[in-house]
Design a protein around this ligand. Structure first.
Ligand code: PLP
Length: 397
Protein backbone atom coordinates (compact mmCIF):
# COMPACT_ATOMS: atom_id res chain seq x y z
CA UNK A 1 0.00 0.00 0.00
CA UNK A 2 1.43 3.37 -0.94
CA UNK A 3 -1.38 5.70 0.03
CA UNK A 4 -0.72 7.73 3.18
CA UNK A 5 -2.95 7.35 6.27
CA UNK A 6 -4.11 10.96 5.77
CA UNK A 7 -5.76 11.10 2.35
CA UNK A 8 -3.05 12.78 0.28
CA UNK A 9 -4.97 15.88 -0.80
CA UNK A 10 -2.66 18.41 0.90
CA UNK A 11 0.96 19.12 -0.06
CA UNK A 12 2.02 18.99 3.60
CA UNK A 13 5.36 20.62 4.43
CA UNK A 14 7.94 19.56 7.03
CA UNK A 15 6.54 21.72 9.85
CA UNK A 16 4.82 19.41 12.36
CA UNK A 17 3.38 21.58 15.14
CA UNK A 18 2.66 19.95 18.46
CA UNK A 19 2.20 22.99 20.71
CA UNK A 20 1.16 26.62 20.48
CA UNK A 21 2.44 29.52 22.55
CA UNK A 22 0.60 32.81 21.89
CA UNK A 23 1.90 33.93 18.44
CA UNK A 24 4.37 31.04 18.06
CA UNK A 25 4.09 27.38 17.11
CA UNK A 26 6.47 24.71 18.36
CA UNK A 27 7.27 21.78 16.10
CA UNK A 28 7.70 18.10 16.98
CA UNK A 29 11.48 18.63 16.90
CA UNK A 30 11.31 21.69 19.18
CA UNK A 31 11.67 24.33 16.44
CA UNK A 32 9.86 27.56 17.30
CA UNK A 33 8.05 29.36 14.47
CA UNK A 34 6.53 32.84 14.34
CA UNK A 35 2.98 32.12 13.21
CA UNK A 36 1.81 34.89 10.87
CA UNK A 37 -0.58 32.47 9.14
CA UNK A 38 -2.85 31.72 12.16
CA UNK A 39 -4.15 28.46 10.69
CA UNK A 40 -5.26 30.59 7.71
CA UNK A 41 -7.00 33.33 9.67
CA UNK A 42 -8.42 30.99 12.32
CA UNK A 43 -6.38 31.52 15.50
CA UNK A 44 -7.65 35.06 16.09
CA UNK A 45 -6.63 34.92 19.75
CA UNK A 46 -3.33 33.23 18.96
CA UNK A 47 -2.51 29.87 20.50
CA UNK A 48 -3.15 28.81 24.08
CA UNK A 49 -5.36 31.77 24.98
CA UNK A 50 -6.28 31.33 28.66
CA UNK A 51 -9.88 32.58 28.35
CA UNK A 52 -10.64 30.36 25.34
CA UNK A 53 -9.05 27.32 26.98
CA UNK A 54 -10.77 27.69 30.34
CA UNK A 55 -14.15 28.39 28.72
CA UNK A 56 -13.90 25.27 26.53
CA UNK A 57 -12.62 23.17 29.44
CA UNK A 58 -15.47 24.26 31.65
CA UNK A 59 -18.10 23.64 28.96
CA UNK A 60 -16.55 20.25 28.07
CA UNK A 61 -16.96 19.20 31.69
CA UNK A 62 -20.56 20.53 31.81
CA UNK A 63 -22.19 19.54 28.49
CA UNK A 64 -20.49 19.00 25.15
CA UNK A 65 -23.20 18.02 22.74
CA UNK A 66 -26.94 17.68 22.53
CA UNK A 67 -29.15 17.33 19.49
CA UNK A 68 -30.67 20.32 17.76
CA UNK A 69 -33.97 18.60 18.51
CA UNK A 70 -33.71 20.21 21.97
CA UNK A 71 -33.79 23.82 23.02
CA UNK A 72 -30.40 25.50 23.04
CA UNK A 73 -29.84 28.20 25.65
CA UNK A 74 -26.18 28.30 24.58
CA UNK A 75 -27.02 28.72 20.88
CA UNK A 76 -29.71 31.33 21.55
CA UNK A 77 -27.32 33.39 23.60
CA UNK A 78 -24.53 33.42 20.95
CA UNK A 79 -27.02 33.99 18.11
CA UNK A 80 -28.45 36.95 20.01
CA UNK A 81 -24.96 38.39 20.54
CA UNK A 82 -24.24 38.12 16.81
CA UNK A 83 -27.62 39.68 16.01
CA UNK A 84 -26.93 42.58 18.39
CA UNK A 85 -23.50 43.11 16.81
CA UNK A 86 -24.51 42.88 13.12
CA UNK A 87 -27.19 43.45 10.46
CA UNK A 88 -28.68 39.98 11.10
CA UNK A 89 -31.99 38.89 12.62
CA UNK A 90 -31.32 35.15 12.67
CA UNK A 91 -28.37 32.72 12.68
CA UNK A 92 -27.74 29.11 11.59
CA UNK A 93 -24.61 27.53 13.11
CA UNK A 94 -22.40 25.22 11.05
CA UNK A 95 -19.07 23.46 11.58
CA UNK A 96 -17.06 25.08 8.81
CA UNK A 97 -16.89 27.93 6.33
CA UNK A 98 -18.04 25.87 3.35
CA UNK A 99 -21.14 24.79 5.27
CA UNK A 100 -21.85 28.41 6.18
CA UNK A 101 -21.68 29.32 2.49
CA UNK A 102 -23.86 26.29 1.63
CA UNK A 103 -26.48 27.55 4.06
CA UNK A 104 -26.19 31.04 2.54
CA UNK A 105 -26.77 29.64 -0.97
CA UNK A 106 -29.80 27.65 0.22
CA UNK A 107 -31.15 30.68 2.09
CA UNK A 108 -30.91 32.87 -1.06
CA UNK A 109 -32.55 30.27 -3.29
CA UNK A 110 -35.30 29.59 -0.78
CA UNK A 111 -36.00 33.32 -0.41
CA UNK A 112 -37.20 33.32 -4.01
CA UNK A 113 -38.64 29.83 -4.20
CA UNK A 114 -40.64 30.27 -1.00
CA UNK A 115 -42.60 32.99 -2.81
CA UNK A 116 -43.18 30.80 -5.84
CA UNK A 117 -40.31 32.12 -7.97
CA UNK A 118 -38.92 28.64 -8.62
CA UNK A 119 -36.87 29.80 -11.60
CA UNK A 120 -34.81 32.25 -9.56
CA UNK A 121 -31.92 30.08 -8.39
CA UNK A 122 -28.81 31.49 -10.02
CA UNK A 123 -26.05 33.24 -8.09
CA UNK A 124 -23.57 35.57 -9.74
CA UNK A 125 -20.12 34.98 -8.24
CA UNK A 126 -16.68 36.34 -9.10
CA UNK A 127 -13.51 35.21 -10.83
CA UNK A 128 -10.88 33.70 -8.53
CA UNK A 129 -13.33 33.48 -5.64
CA UNK A 130 -12.90 30.80 -2.99
CA UNK A 131 -15.96 29.65 -1.09
CA UNK A 132 -14.94 26.17 0.13
CA UNK A 133 -14.58 22.60 -1.12
CA UNK A 134 -18.08 21.11 -1.10
CA UNK A 135 -19.77 20.51 -4.45
CA UNK A 136 -21.87 23.68 -4.25
CA UNK A 137 -19.01 25.86 -3.07
CA UNK A 138 -16.56 24.65 -5.74
CA UNK A 139 -19.33 25.19 -8.31
CA UNK A 140 -19.64 28.75 -6.97
CA UNK A 141 -16.01 29.39 -7.97
CA UNK A 142 -14.72 29.53 -11.53
CA UNK A 143 -11.31 28.10 -10.55
CA UNK A 144 -10.80 25.12 -12.85
CA UNK A 145 -8.14 23.58 -10.60
CA UNK A 146 -10.83 22.94 -7.95
CA UNK A 147 -13.26 21.41 -10.48
CA UNK A 148 -10.83 18.91 -11.97
CA UNK A 149 -11.99 15.34 -11.41
CA UNK A 150 -15.34 16.33 -9.91
CA UNK A 151 -17.50 17.09 -12.95
CA UNK A 152 -20.27 17.86 -13.41
CA UNK A 153 -20.43 21.04 -11.37
CA UNK A 154 -23.78 22.06 -9.90
CA UNK A 155 -25.64 24.41 -12.18
CA UNK A 156 -26.85 27.80 -11.07
CA UNK A 157 -23.70 29.90 -10.96
CA UNK A 158 -22.41 32.58 -13.30
CA UNK A 159 -19.04 34.26 -12.94
CA UNK A 160 -18.11 37.90 -13.44
CA UNK A 161 -14.72 39.61 -13.13
CA UNK A 162 -14.11 40.68 -9.53
CA UNK A 163 -14.68 44.35 -8.75
CA UNK A 164 -16.36 44.96 -12.13
CA UNK A 165 -19.85 46.26 -11.44
CA UNK A 166 -20.90 46.67 -15.07
CA UNK A 167 -19.96 43.04 -15.81
CA UNK A 168 -21.93 41.85 -12.77
CA UNK A 169 -24.97 43.86 -13.81
CA UNK A 170 -24.77 42.51 -17.36
CA UNK A 171 -25.18 38.94 -16.03
CA UNK A 172 -28.49 39.64 -14.26
CA UNK A 173 -31.27 37.68 -15.93
CA UNK A 174 -34.63 36.05 -15.19
CA UNK A 175 -32.97 33.25 -13.15
CA UNK A 176 -30.80 35.48 -10.95
CA UNK A 177 -31.28 35.02 -7.21
CA UNK A 178 -28.41 37.19 -5.97
CA UNK A 179 -24.67 37.83 -5.72
CA UNK A 180 -22.15 35.87 -3.65
CA UNK A 181 -18.93 37.79 -3.03
CA UNK A 182 -15.93 37.99 -0.70
CA UNK A 183 -15.49 41.69 0.18
CA UNK A 184 -11.79 40.86 0.34
CA UNK A 185 -10.75 37.83 -1.67
CA UNK A 186 -8.47 35.71 0.50
CA UNK A 187 -7.24 32.72 -1.51
CA UNK A 188 -7.56 34.89 -4.61
CA UNK A 189 -4.70 37.08 -3.37
CA UNK A 190 -5.96 39.42 -0.62
CA UNK A 191 -7.74 41.63 -3.13
CA UNK A 192 -10.12 44.09 -1.54
CA UNK A 193 -13.22 45.09 -3.47
CA UNK A 194 -13.73 48.80 -3.99
CA UNK A 195 -16.47 50.45 -2.04
CA UNK A 196 -18.19 51.48 -5.31
CA UNK A 197 -18.36 47.81 -6.25
CA UNK A 198 -19.89 46.56 -2.99
CA UNK A 199 -22.24 49.55 -2.80
CA UNK A 200 -23.17 49.01 -6.45
CA UNK A 201 -24.00 45.33 -5.81
CA UNK A 202 -26.21 46.41 -2.89
CA UNK A 203 -28.01 48.90 -5.16
CA UNK A 204 -28.53 46.24 -7.86
CA UNK A 205 -29.96 43.86 -5.23
CA UNK A 206 -32.38 46.52 -4.04
CA UNK A 207 -33.39 47.35 -7.60
CA UNK A 208 -33.96 43.75 -8.75
CA UNK A 209 -35.01 42.11 -5.45
CA UNK A 210 -31.82 40.03 -5.27
CA UNK A 211 -29.94 38.67 -2.28
CA UNK A 212 -26.51 40.12 -1.43
CA UNK A 213 -24.49 37.31 0.17
CA UNK A 214 -21.13 38.25 1.64
CA UNK A 215 -18.59 35.50 2.25
CA UNK A 216 -16.70 36.81 5.27
CA UNK A 217 -15.31 33.43 6.25
CA UNK A 218 -11.74 34.74 5.98
CA UNK A 219 -12.13 38.51 6.38
CA UNK A 220 -14.69 38.47 9.23
CA UNK A 221 -14.41 38.36 13.03
CA UNK A 222 -12.31 41.49 13.56
CA UNK A 223 -9.63 40.49 11.03
CA UNK A 224 -9.90 43.76 9.10
CA UNK A 225 -10.33 46.01 12.15
CA UNK A 226 -14.14 45.97 12.23
CA UNK A 227 -16.11 42.97 13.47
CA UNK A 228 -17.15 42.34 9.85
CA UNK A 229 -15.59 43.95 6.80
CA UNK A 230 -18.96 45.08 5.38
CA UNK A 231 -19.09 47.77 8.08
CA UNK A 232 -16.21 49.52 6.31
CA UNK A 233 -18.11 49.48 3.01
CA UNK A 234 -21.12 51.29 4.46
CA UNK A 235 -23.66 48.70 3.27
CA UNK A 236 -25.38 45.73 4.84
CA UNK A 237 -25.77 42.31 3.23
CA UNK A 238 -28.92 40.17 3.29
CA UNK A 239 -26.93 37.06 4.17
CA UNK A 240 -23.38 36.58 5.48
CA UNK A 241 -21.19 33.50 5.93
CA UNK A 242 -18.71 33.56 8.81
CA UNK A 243 -16.35 30.88 10.18
CA UNK A 244 -12.58 30.56 10.85
CA UNK A 245 -11.91 33.19 13.57
CA UNK A 246 -15.37 32.82 15.12
CA UNK A 247 -14.29 29.64 16.93
CA UNK A 248 -10.69 30.76 17.52
CA UNK A 249 -9.58 27.25 16.47
CA UNK A 250 -12.72 25.32 17.43
CA UNK A 251 -14.51 24.22 14.22
CA UNK A 252 -17.45 26.58 13.84
CA UNK A 253 -19.21 28.62 11.19
CA UNK A 254 -22.47 30.51 10.90
CA UNK A 255 -24.87 31.82 8.31
CA UNK A 256 -26.34 35.16 9.35
CA UNK A 257 -29.45 36.51 7.63
CA UNK A 258 -32.12 39.16 7.87
CA UNK A 259 -35.64 38.04 8.67
CA UNK A 260 -36.67 38.85 5.10
CA UNK A 261 -33.83 36.83 3.53
CA UNK A 262 -34.53 33.83 5.77
CA UNK A 263 -38.21 33.56 5.01
CA UNK A 264 -37.78 30.24 3.20
CA UNK A 265 -35.70 28.69 6.00
CA UNK A 266 -38.60 27.08 7.77
CA UNK A 267 -38.83 23.93 9.89
CA UNK A 268 -37.19 21.03 8.06
CA UNK A 269 -35.47 23.23 5.46
CA UNK A 270 -31.93 22.72 6.77
CA UNK A 271 -29.99 21.02 9.53
CA UNK A 272 -26.69 19.93 11.07
CA UNK A 273 -26.03 17.32 13.75
CA UNK A 274 -23.22 19.24 15.44
CA UNK A 275 -23.96 22.81 14.32
CA UNK A 276 -24.04 25.15 17.30
CA UNK A 277 -23.52 22.53 19.98
CA UNK A 278 -22.78 23.78 23.51
CA UNK A 279 -19.01 23.27 23.19
CA UNK A 280 -18.85 25.25 19.94
CA UNK A 281 -21.01 27.98 21.45
CA UNK A 282 -18.68 28.24 24.43
CA UNK A 283 -15.73 28.77 22.06
CA UNK A 284 -17.63 31.44 20.12
CA UNK A 285 -18.62 33.19 23.34
CA UNK A 286 -15.00 33.34 24.49
CA UNK A 287 -13.86 34.73 21.13
CA UNK A 288 -16.60 37.38 21.12
CA UNK A 289 -15.72 38.32 24.72
CA UNK A 290 -12.27 39.26 23.48
CA UNK A 291 -12.79 40.71 19.99
CA UNK A 292 -16.25 42.32 19.96
CA UNK A 293 -15.37 45.64 21.55
CA UNK A 294 -14.03 48.91 20.18
CA UNK A 295 -10.66 48.98 22.01
CA UNK A 296 -9.80 45.54 20.57
CA UNK A 297 -10.89 46.56 17.06
CA UNK A 298 -8.95 49.84 17.36
CA UNK A 299 -5.87 47.85 18.30
CA UNK A 300 -6.27 45.57 15.26
CA UNK A 301 -6.46 48.69 13.10
CA UNK A 302 -3.42 50.24 14.78
CA UNK A 303 -1.35 47.04 14.48
CA UNK A 304 -2.51 46.60 10.89
CA UNK A 305 -1.51 50.15 9.99
CA UNK A 306 1.92 49.73 11.64
CA UNK A 307 2.57 46.36 10.02
CA UNK A 308 1.51 47.69 6.64
CA UNK A 309 3.67 50.81 6.92
CA UNK A 310 6.72 48.68 7.86
CA UNK A 311 6.00 46.30 4.97
CA UNK A 312 5.56 49.11 2.46
CA UNK A 313 8.78 50.73 3.54
CA UNK A 314 10.61 47.40 3.37
CA UNK A 315 9.43 46.26 -0.05
CA UNK A 316 10.67 49.56 -1.51
CA UNK A 317 14.22 48.19 -0.98
CA UNK A 318 13.52 45.21 -3.23
CA UNK A 319 11.49 46.49 -6.17
CA UNK A 320 12.62 43.53 -8.28
CA UNK A 321 11.02 41.11 -5.81
CA UNK A 322 7.96 42.82 -4.36
CA UNK A 323 5.24 44.79 -6.10
CA UNK A 324 2.77 46.06 -3.50
CA UNK A 325 0.99 45.54 -0.20
CA UNK A 326 -2.80 45.32 -0.06
CA UNK A 327 -5.64 44.29 2.23
CA UNK A 328 -7.24 45.73 5.33
CA UNK A 329 -6.37 45.59 9.04
CA UNK A 330 -4.48 42.37 9.81
CA UNK A 331 -5.52 40.71 6.54
CA UNK A 332 -2.56 41.77 4.42
CA UNK A 333 -1.14 40.48 1.18
CA UNK A 334 2.23 41.19 -0.39
CA UNK A 335 2.17 40.81 -4.14
CA UNK A 336 5.47 39.42 -5.41
CA UNK A 337 7.07 39.66 -8.81
CA UNK A 338 7.99 36.00 -8.49
CA UNK A 339 5.93 32.89 -7.75
CA UNK A 340 5.38 33.16 -3.95
CA UNK A 341 5.48 29.47 -2.98
CA UNK A 342 9.27 29.09 -3.08
CA UNK A 343 9.73 32.28 -1.05
CA UNK A 344 7.13 31.27 1.55
CA UNK A 345 8.87 27.87 1.85
CA UNK A 346 12.27 29.59 2.21
CA UNK A 347 10.99 31.84 5.05
CA UNK A 348 9.44 28.83 6.75
CA UNK A 349 12.34 26.40 6.44
CA UNK A 350 15.24 28.80 6.97
CA UNK A 351 13.82 31.61 9.10
CA UNK A 352 10.99 29.90 11.03
CA UNK A 353 8.39 32.36 9.76
CA UNK A 354 4.97 30.99 8.77
CA UNK A 355 2.99 32.77 6.03
CA UNK A 356 0.56 31.46 3.39
CA UNK A 357 0.81 31.71 -0.38
CA UNK A 358 -2.30 32.76 -2.31
CA UNK A 359 -3.35 33.45 -5.88
CA UNK A 360 -2.18 36.40 -7.98
CA UNK A 361 1.46 35.92 -6.87
CA UNK A 362 0.60 37.02 -3.35
CA UNK A 363 1.77 35.90 0.08
CA UNK A 364 -0.72 36.34 2.86
CA UNK A 365 0.25 37.92 6.17
CA UNK A 366 -2.43 36.83 8.66
CA UNK A 367 -1.07 37.16 12.18
CA UNK A 368 -3.11 36.41 15.28
CA UNK A 369 -5.17 39.51 16.14
CA UNK A 370 -3.39 39.73 19.51
CA UNK A 371 0.07 40.65 18.18
CA UNK A 372 1.98 43.54 19.69
CA UNK A 373 4.94 45.60 18.45
CA UNK A 374 7.43 42.91 19.49
CA UNK A 375 5.82 40.46 17.05
CA UNK A 376 5.91 43.02 14.24
CA UNK A 377 9.63 43.59 14.98
CA UNK A 378 10.30 39.85 14.98
CA UNK A 379 8.35 39.46 11.72
CA UNK A 380 10.22 42.28 9.99
CA UNK A 381 13.59 40.88 11.11
CA UNK A 382 12.76 37.44 9.78
CA UNK A 383 11.37 38.83 6.53
CA UNK A 384 14.39 41.05 6.05
CA UNK A 385 16.92 38.27 6.75
CA UNK A 386 14.86 35.85 4.68
CA UNK A 387 14.71 38.18 1.69
CA UNK A 388 18.46 38.76 1.77
CA UNK A 389 19.25 35.03 2.08
CA UNK A 390 16.72 34.16 -0.63
CA UNK A 391 18.44 36.53 -3.02
CA UNK A 392 21.87 35.06 -2.24
CA UNK A 393 20.46 31.55 -2.76
CA UNK A 394 18.83 32.66 -5.99
CA UNK A 395 22.03 34.23 -7.28
CA UNK A 396 23.99 31.04 -6.48
CA UNK A 397 21.45 28.82 -8.26
N1 PLP B 1 -14.91 31.08 2.13
C1 PLP B 1 -13.73 31.70 2.22
C2 PLP B 1 -13.62 33.14 1.83
C3 PLP B 1 -12.60 31.02 2.68
O1 PLP B 1 -11.42 31.65 2.74
C4 PLP B 1 -12.74 29.66 3.06
C5 PLP B 1 -11.56 28.89 3.51
O2 PLP B 1 -10.44 29.24 3.31
C6 PLP B 1 -13.99 29.06 2.96
C7 PLP B 1 -15.06 29.79 2.49
C8 PLP B 1 -14.19 27.61 3.34
O3 PLP B 1 -14.04 27.46 4.71
P1 PLP B 1 -13.77 25.99 5.32
O4 PLP B 1 -12.43 25.57 4.87
O5 PLP B 1 -13.88 26.20 6.82
O6 PLP B 1 -14.85 25.10 4.80
Amino acid sequence: MTITPLMPVYPRCGVRPVRGDHCHLIGEDGTRYLDFASGIAVNALGHSNEHLISTIQHQAATLMHVSNLYGSPQGESIAQRLIDLTFADTVFFTNSGAEAVECAIKTARSYHQHQGNTDRYELITFNNAFHGRTMATISASNQDKMHKGFAPMLSGFKYAPFDDLAAAEALIGPHTAGFLVEPIQGEGGVRDASSEFIKGLRALCDQHDLMLILDEVQCGVARTGSLYAYEQYGVEPDILATAKGIGGGFPLGACLATEKAARGMVIGAHGSTYGGNPLAMAAAGAVLDVVANQPFLDNVQAMGARLRARLEQFIGNYPEMFELVRGKGLMLGVKLRIEPRAFVAHLRDNHQLLLVAAGDQTMRVLPPLVIDDSHIDEFMNKLSEGTASFQVKDAAA
